[in-house]
Design a protein around this ligand. Structure first.
Ligand SMILES: [Zn+2]
Length: 285
């Protein structure tokens, strides 16, 4: 599952390729999209903007329609020049948007919906900008409040809930807990308001740092070792705890623990020394 920063970068790249230019070709293998296109042709319309909302990618057309896609595990958007060879087989194409300069191809995009402004505002699965840690509209106090309302959840599970904070994925979850010194299995009810504020601030800071222009494709939260010695760098090299089970904590040297957490059994990493449970207990890792 791509993290919010990945979707943000995809939206930025698609925006540069598509925004402000009239659509010359629109194709899709999804009947609902082609029916919308038959009724309200997207060809000739201009793409107004492309934005990410959590893990959703929204393409706004000048006619008022919005194409909302979710990548889940399998989907991706590629940008090509007309005539350029695609990196995926043609049968993986689900959506194609072309203008005079670029072809944007959605490969194996599992969820794609056309919305009007009204239906977009009505439906609940696509997060609003105020809940997206990468949005200029992100509302910090409201996010702290939503987090604190998840009293019975473990902190790591609450951070992953896109209705609490959109844009935080599984890698950032562990990293956010580490940099704030909060145990991922700590119940939200045991958090102080200051800790909840620190978690939200860390989410905004860490995810935000990964969408800077020069941030590349690798998630970076640990800045201690920037130099790459090999081309195929180990992704965990750039992280505090994620992917580092048994390796020494970068702050205290205690071996990092790992455990599958929550109903979805998502992998979680933490340092038992730097992230103590409030009652002094710990869970096996
Ligand atoms: Zn530590």
């Amino acid at each position: 599952m791509p993290e919010g920063d990945t979707i943000f970068r995809t939206a930025r790249a698609l925006g540069r390729a598509l925004a402000g230019k009239p659509v010359t070709v629109f194709r899709s293998t999804y009947p609902l999209l082609t029916r919308f296109h038959d009724d309200t042709p997207l060809t000739g319309q201009t793409v107004d903007s492309v934005e990410s909302r959590g893990k959703w990618l929204l393409i706004h057309f000048s006619g008022g329609g919005t194409l909302a896609t979710h990548m889940l595990m399998s989907g991706s958007w590629h940008i090509y020049r007309p005539g350029e060879r695609w990196q995926q087989p043609r049968q993986n194409m689900r959506i194609l948007i072309e203008n005079s300069e670029y072809v944007a191809v959605g490969f194996r995009v599992p969820i794609a919906e056309m919305h009007t402004a009204a239906s977009l505002a009505r439906q609940r699965r696509i997060p609003r900008g105020e809940t997206d840690v990468l949005s200029a509209d992100f509302d910090v106090p409201a996010a702290v409040q939503r987090l604190l309302e998840r009293k019975n959840d473990a902190v790591a599970d609450a951070l992953l809930d896109q209705r609490v904070l959109a844009g935080v994925g599984n890698v950032f979850k562990s990293e956010i807990c580490f940099v704030t010194g909060v145990h991922p299995y700590c119940k939200v009810s045991a958090l102080s308001t200051e800790q909840a504020q620190a978690l939200v601030a860390a989410a905004q800071r860490l995810v935000g740092a990964n969408v800077l222009e020069d941030s590349g494709d690798t998630i970076v939260t640990y800045g201690g070792r920037k130099r790459r010695t090999t081309r195929e760098a180990d992704p965990s090299e750039n992280l505090w705890v994620y992917g580092r089970r048994g390796e020494p904590c970068r702050r205290c040297g205690t071996p990092v623990r790992r455990r599958l957490q929550g109903l979805d059994a998502r992998v979680t990493f933490w340092c038992p020394q730097c992230q103590p449970m409030p009652d002094g207990s710990d869970v096996d890792g």
